[in-house]
Structures are given as C-alpha cells and as structure tokens.
Design a protein around this ligand. Structure first.
Ligand code: HEM
Length: 147
C-alpha cells in the first residue's frame, strides 16, 4: 500500500509544476489583452481551461492522499515548520480550486472581450497567489517515485 502513497505523492508533486506553468501561461495571454482591443479567442481560453483542469486534478490527488494517510493512521505533513500547516494546505487548496473555477465561469459570462481578459487575469492571479502560499517548499521540488 505504501506504493499507492508514493505514486499519488509523485503525481501531486509533478502536477504542482503544471499548475504553476498553466497559471503563468494564462497570465501571459490575458494581461496584454486588457489594454488592447483584440478579441478573446479560443487560443486565450485554452490556457485558462488547462489551468482549471490542473488545479482540479491537484485537488483530487490531494483528497486521495489525505484519505490514504487517514486510512493508514499516518500523520499528514509530519515535520512541517508549523503544526497547523496541514489545515492551511487543505483550506488554501480547496479555495484555489474555487477561485480558479469562478474565474473560468465568470470569464465566459462577461459580455466584452476586455472584460474576459480582465476577469481571467484577476482570478488567475489570486489563485496563483494562494497556490504559491500553500506549497510546502521545504519538500522535494521534483519527486520521482521515491518515498
Ligand atoms: C493547487 C493546489 C495544491 C498544490 C500546488 C499542492 C502541492 C503540494 C506539494 C508540492 C506537496 C509535496 C509533495 C511531495 O512531498 O513530493 C503536497 C503534499 C500534499 N498535499 Fe498538496 N497541493 C495542493 C492542493 C492540495 C489539496 C487541495 C489537498 C487536500 C485536499 C492536498 C493534500 C496534500 C497531502 C495530503 C500531501 C502529502 C502530505 C504528506 O505526505 O504528509 N494538496 N502538496
């Protein structure tokens, strides 16, 4: 069963980079659009959709990790610099999934192209900030199927 933990942890570790990359990609596409009069095209929607997808995947992997550690009676984030980190990680992670989803949904409803760029930028920036705050940076930056 320890193998399941290592696989989930590795996927959660690696997908963190996809979350960050797709978030930055979204900002690179949407920030310049705020000042221009260009249309919000499918090429602008693509990074946002990928960002929301990777955040949702991260949430699912995280919930599976919590469930697995809970079933084993193992501590979550043992050795974290502060004792409440596991709750900060869980809370900010769920919040990030909500802000990413809201940003994507609102950007579809806003009627103007400029509004779409502004909405995508604001909610992606907030989500990225939450993600940067909750990443346990003291853990391995790249984990490849090691405990
Ligand atoms: C975008 C959001 C998230 C990011 C970027 C993120 C990132 C990370 C990273 C980098 C690790 C360390 C992996 C390693 O040691 O190799 C980790 C561990 C973990 N994360 Fe997340 N996470 C996110 C959301 C969540 C959520 C929402 C949950 C729970 C529902 C969660 C639960 C966990 C658990 C249980 C661990 C392992 C703790 C342990 O091994 O003691 N994560 N996370």
């Amino acid at each position: 069963m320890a193998t399941v933990y290592v696989i989930l942890l590795t996927l959660h570790n690696l997908n963190r980079w996809l979350v960050l990359l797709t978030g930055v990609w979204t900002l690179i596409r949407s920030v310049p659009g705020i000042g221009r009069r260009s249309p919000f095209t499918p090429a602008d929607r693509r990074p946002l959709a990928a960002f929301v997808g990777t955040v949702h995947l991260q949430l699912i992997l995280g919930l599976l990790l919590y469930a697995f550690l809970g079933m084993q009676g193992a501590p979550v984030f043992a050795g974290a610099p502060n004792a409440g980190f596991q709750w900060q990680h869980l809370g900010l992670g769920v919040l990030a999934a909500i802000t990413a989803t809201v940003g994507s949904a609102l950007s579809r409803r806003v009627p103007t192209d400029q509004g779409k760029f502004r909405t995508a930028t604001t909610w992606t920036a907030v989500t990225l900030l939450l993600v940067l705050l909750m990443i346990p940076w003291w853990r391995p930056l790249l984990r490849l199927f090691t405990a």
